[in-house]
Design a protein around this ligand. Sequence first.
Ligand SMILES: Nc1ncnc2c1ncn2[C@@H]1O[C@H](COP(=O)(O)OP(=O)(O)OP(=O)(O)O)[C@@H](O)[C@H]1O
Ligand SMILES: [Mg+2]
Length: 611
Amino acid sequence: MAEAVSEGAEITVEKDRSGSGPGGLPLRGLFRTHVWPHRASLAAGAVFLALTNWLTVSIPGEIGRSVDALQRGLPVGGHALAIALMGAAIIVIRALSRILIFNPVRDMEYRFRQDFFAHLLRLPMAFWVTHRRGDIVSRAANDIGWVRVMVGYGGLQALNVSLALGLTGWKMVALSPRLTLLSVAPIAVGMAVVQWGIRRFIALFRRNQEQLGEISDHVLGSLQGMATIQGFAAEDAFTDRFRARNLDWLRTGMRMALVRSLAMPVLALSGGLAVGVLVAVGGAMVHAGTLSVGELTAFVALLMVLLPPLRSLGWLVSVAQRGRAALERLLEILQAPVPEESGATAAAATPGSGPGIMVKGLEFTYPGGAAPALEISGAVIPAGSMVGIFGRTGAGKSTLLRLLARLEEPPPGCLFVDGQDLVEIPLEAWRRRVVLVPQRPFLFSETVTFNVALTEEPDMERVRWAVGAAVLEDDLRALPEGLDTLVGERGVMLSGGQRQRVALARGLYRGGDLLLLDDVLSAVDHATETRLVETLEGLSGGPGHPTVVIASHRLSVLQRTGHVLVLDRGLLVDSGPFAEVVARPGPLRDVWLARRAGMADGGPVTGEAAS
Ligand SMILES: Nc1ncnc2c1ncn2[C@@H]1O[C@H](COP(=O)(O)OP(=O)(O)OP(=O)(O)O)[C@@H](O)[C@H]1O
Ligand SMILES: [Mg+2]
């Protein structure tokens, strides 16, 4: 274990030198929380490992002594029994040492993965814009495994190999320094070849893993776009693209097999060569009387004992390199900053009363965005009111709502909640107060109930209330198992409008004093819309009620809100009561007039037009 740990310590030093910032890598913390609690088991495992090695190198000596006893015509029963007992003890003790070391390491992996997942869920949305989800999943799956191999297998083998090489080498030198020197040369050459083979093999293995990742990406992407593939008769094209990837994978696999079968046996071959040298030179020494037959036998047996740890040494180097790279990649994510609590105290939310919001000189550009997505010099959303946001597509409606929900981090001094700067309100506290129902709601592949309550132990009465308020009851009656219906992957079993209303029910279930609804009424018919707006009016409209902000293209919805903000290409171009705004020239009036003209021409009477 000690080796694996010092391996880790090395990384800290290196990273610190490369200037990864103050604090370096949290390896010391990881060691304290993940490794230290297992110290007893790990130490016992190390002791057993040492015992195994001591027994292993003792057997060749015993063989040598029994050969010498045979030559002198003495009984060898005692030696035979000792060898048998040592062999049996090795099996038991080795198994114990592995259990004592590998089990804690599995536990470390379990806890590390748990921490990793919890950390992923806390990373800000800005992180997910710049990182591919597939890559993160592969890091979680493969890299954590590689770190475990480095710590578990690597740690065990580091100890094992040093003990085995030390003890065997010492016994060999004790028997004959000359023979030891002679056997080193062929073995060193063999080691070099094997080391090359292992490095090559691991590189190929890594490539193979990546190719497997590409294959799963392709399968996943194709399955998700199944309707498009079949609808456009693109099956053959997709099969061909798949074949290319699959073929790459096959070629790498075959090269792996080649490297493995050519390079790996070289060590056994060089071991054989060394034995040949030993028999030739050692035989001459036996004839000259400087070495006994038993000693030569013991020497050859020791050489055979030496080969497996040597092979492990080759793997060890590669495993350590690979594990280290994996650990660095994982730490890169683990160190990605999560939004910190500012420590400032939140202005106590008046129970039940929605906050008033003030926007002042807000300019927001998405990370990597060329131009600001939003520039608002001043706007007010009165406490407890219901405010509509109107704007053509891409005007910045969702951006404003996401900033209010702090899914994007607003610049300081721009957004004020009841007079307090939004960024000074602790994030957790703010998230408890605000509910954002997004434009493209995400449903989990679970039951309707779970999707509404997002917990395994829902308050069923509240679920039923939320579902009713979101005008979902009729739809649920048509589902095979009502609230217990599994909605399929991302809610495929539901219509677009039903999905929107499940998301709305989720928002209502959670509740909060600021309700942000991003275009959630875009896919419902006029009658449903009317009922939903009535629900929202019931929630809002006066002191003691939440503030409701609705982004919508629908004039009929906006008309029911007390106040409308009009955005155009990121700028706030107008605001005020609907009747006033619609009377002034601007985007809202344009749409209003277009609808009226559509109706006069006998065009389709949509929800908007009917208003
Ligand atoms: N994550 C993002 N990264 C970079 N730019 C973004 C991102 N999301 C939105 N934008 C850009 O910000 C601008 C405003 O987008 P936003 O989604 O706020 O518009 P919207 O008014 O909600 O439009 P719609 O009515 O189509 O929903 C657009 O130009 C868009 O391209
Ligand atoms: Mg939008």
